[in-house]
Design a protein around this ligand. Structure first.
Ligand SMILES: Nc1ncnc2c1ncn2[C@@H]1O[C@H](COP(=O)(O)OP(=O)(O)OP(=O)(O)O)[C@@H](O)[C@H]1O
Length: 256
């Protein structure tokens, strides 16, 4: 997936100007940046929820805007930070909604549909909870249910907008480990927005760093996150250290 010379504006002032980027197939790309830098805007442009003023977004070499909504839903699944559904809906029913793009008058056999639902529930470790209502789940379980629904769409690409917000550190890592597993086991292309820089380092191949609607860095995560760039983008001093156990760098914000 590729964005070329993208221009987008809210109201009259262009917010995103001549933005170019490429989302690498089969990799995990994370968008980071301060509040209001344009992370969700970019993600929403990539799923055709927002329309650019100019420039193009290509998906498999074809203009994103030329895809019918149903066809696009067979290619990209998205999990938002806050998802809405009636609390009394069961997990199984929610996950079944993920099959909507595939439903037609000549519907697939029920068995095939059930197999996909079972697969999505099992990957997200929700098989035992499938008869529970959403309102009876913990925050982490609920987020997994939304991911299961997205998986039921059977897409190659999974986009997530701040999937760990409102979760404690245990569930944050549970979700991020699941995302990594989906990437490694099923070669899903992942694009997500995260706030936590250390989680971005730990779980991504590539990072897009945004500030005020433009891309400051776009490339391999470990090369992109430097003390200098953290200061330039977030305005804070920091120290990047090496964690032997995780075999990856981590960023410590400094208080002065
Ligand atoms: N619907 C809208 N109408 C007008 N301006 C908007 C709208 N949505 C977002 N903006 C503005 O666009 C800018 C980018 O917003 P966006 O939500 O993409 O940032 P973000 O990096 O995802 O922020 P956060 O980290 O706070 O979620 C902000 O200045 C925001 O106020």
């Amino acid at each position: 997936m590729e964005a070329k010379q993208l221009i987008f504006q809210y109201g009259t002032n262009p917010f995103i100007k001549n933005l170019d980027t490429k989302i690498e197939k089969g990799q995990i790309t994370t968008i980071i940046g301060p509040n209001g830098s344009g992370k969700s805007t970019l993600l929403n442009l990539f799923v055709n929820q927002l329309k650019p003023e100019n420039g193009s977004i290509l998906l498999d070499g074809k203009e994103l805007s030329s895809y019918k909504q149903k066809k696009l839903a067979e290619k990209i699944a998205i999990v938002y930070q806050q998802n809405n559904a009636p609390g009394d809906i069961t997990v199984e029913r929610l996950v079944r909604y993920g099959r909507t793009p595939y439903q037609s008058f000549f519907s697939n056999k029920d068995e095939e549909e059930d197999q996909v639902i079972d697969w999505a529930l099992s990957v997200t470790k929700l098989s035992e909870l499938q008869t529970k209502k959403l309102c009876e789940l913990s925050g982490g379980e609920r987020q997994r249910a939304w991911i299961a629904m997205a998986l039921a769409q059977k897409t190659d690409m999974l986009f997530l907008d701040e999937p760990t917000t409102y979760l404690d550190v245990y569930y944050q890592y549970e979700i991020l480990n699941l995302v990594r597993e989906l990437n490694q086991t099923f070669q899903m292309t992942i694009l997500m927005v995260l706030h936590d820089i250390n989680q971005a380092i730990q779980f991504s191949d590539n990072v897009i760093i945004m500030k005020k609607g433009r891309i400051v860095y776009d490339g391999p995560v470990r090369e992109g996150i430097t003390e200098r760039r953290i200061e330039e983008v977030y305005g804070i001093k920091s120290m990047i250290q090496w964690c032997e156990q995780n075999k990856c760098p981590y960023m410590i914000p400094l208080s002065t």
